[in-house]
Design a protein around this ligand. Structure first.
Ligand SMILES: Cc1cc2nc3c(=O)[nH]c(=O)nc-3n(C[C@H](O)[C@H](O)[C@H](O)COP(=O)(O)OP(=O)(O)OC[C@H]3O[C@@H](n4cnc5c(N)ncnc54)[C@H](O)[C@@H]3O)c2cc1C
Ligand code: FES
Length: 266
């Protein structure tokens, strides 16, 4: 069930290029599934459009109570405002939202590909897949080392972790498109889950199909409301009926089958 609530900032810590923000959100924790996101209203009196954030971690009980962690990349007005909130501040939060990642019925090898902050969405998924007995490999990518997302627990539970950065400051120098064929071959994955910029997701969808693997991509397009009301997040996608539709990324997505997106029209 989706809830609108006032969520208190319980902790906020800078890690590399990101601000990790812990929010008290009991309603989200109870019904969250990996791939869901939350939508936050900017209480700055200027910006009406909400901002969406992946959930990096959920904790049903901690010293802060039931919380979620989000990973904010400060850049524009909304992310900079959120990253700067002090502990004790409150935000208007709606969640969990969106269609989550579909998980395999059998314990098959899975490859999780995440670029930049968007990799946050894959960490709860990795935990669930490992619990279900799926061998999980990770391919993490970013422009620079300080944009490679943190998550030691998940890294430890993965069979293999490959890191690539654009400038070579962590792992191998390169991109997801360059590293993916090797990672797919080594992992023997039959399902690939990906999160990152749409150019990366497009590449993942294409390479996965070539290797006979299913892909699921967590797509980011601007989401002014995040709740399905405004139709401001339209994506061209082919449905189960093999017909092209214009669907709402926030409601019919944000997770889609990679081979269903009409990438050329995005
Ligand atoms: C599903 C999803 C998950 C995301 N997860 C994360 C995450 O985990 N971490 C993270 O850092 N970011 C995440 N983002 C991106 C995030 O929602 C913001 O877009 C990003 O932080 C930049 O927002 P900003 O306010 O800083 O920048 P701004 O430039 O102020 O705005 C961001 C975008 O919103 C649009 N926008 C601004 N005002 C309006 C308006 N009035 N009407 C319509 N559109 C408007 C702009 O075109 C701009 O592209 C996610 C996005 C999506 C869709
Ligand atoms: S963001 Fe408003 S309908 Fe999707």
């Amino acid at each position: 069930m989706t809830l609108q609530s006032t969520a208190e900032v319980r902790a906020s810590e800078r890690v590399g290029a990101f601000q990790h923000v812990t929010l008290a959100a009991p309603g989200v924790v109870e019904t969250f599934r990996p791939g869901n996101f939350v939508s936050i209203g900017l209480d700055d009196g200027v910006h009406l459009a909400r901002r969406s954030f992946w959930v990096h971690r959920v904790r049903s009980s901690s010293s802060f109570g039931a919380t979620i962690d989000i990973v904010v990349r400060p850049g524009g007005a909304g992310s900079t405002w959120l990253a700067g909130l002090p502990v004790g501040a409150s935000v208007d939060l709606i969640g969990p939202l969106g269609r989550p990642f579909a998980q395999p019925k059998e314990p098959v090898p899975c490859l999780l590909v995440g670029e930049g902050y968007a990799a946050a969405s894959l960490f709860p998924l990795a935990e669930r897949l490992v619990e279900r007995g799926c061998p999980v490999s990770l391919l993490l990518a970013a422009d620079t080392a300080d944009e490679v997302i943190d998550g030691l627990d998940v890294r430890r539970s993965a069979e293999a972790v490959t890191v690539v950065t654009g400038d070579g400051s962590m792992g191998a120098q390169g991109s997801v498109a360059q590293a993916l064929p090797g990672a797919l071959q080594r992992s023997g994955a039959s399902v690939v889950y990906a999160a990152g910029p749409s150019s990366t997701l497009h590449a993942v969808a294409g390479v996965s199909e070539l290797h006979g693997a299913w892909s699921q991509v967590a797509l980011e397009v601007n989401q002014p409301c995040g709740t399905g009301l405004c139709h401001g997040c339209i994506v061209p996608a082919v449905g189960e009926d093999a017909i092209a539709h214009r669907v709402r990324a926030c409601a019919e997505g944000p997770v889609f089958r990679g081979d269903r997106i009409q990438w050329g029209l995005l």
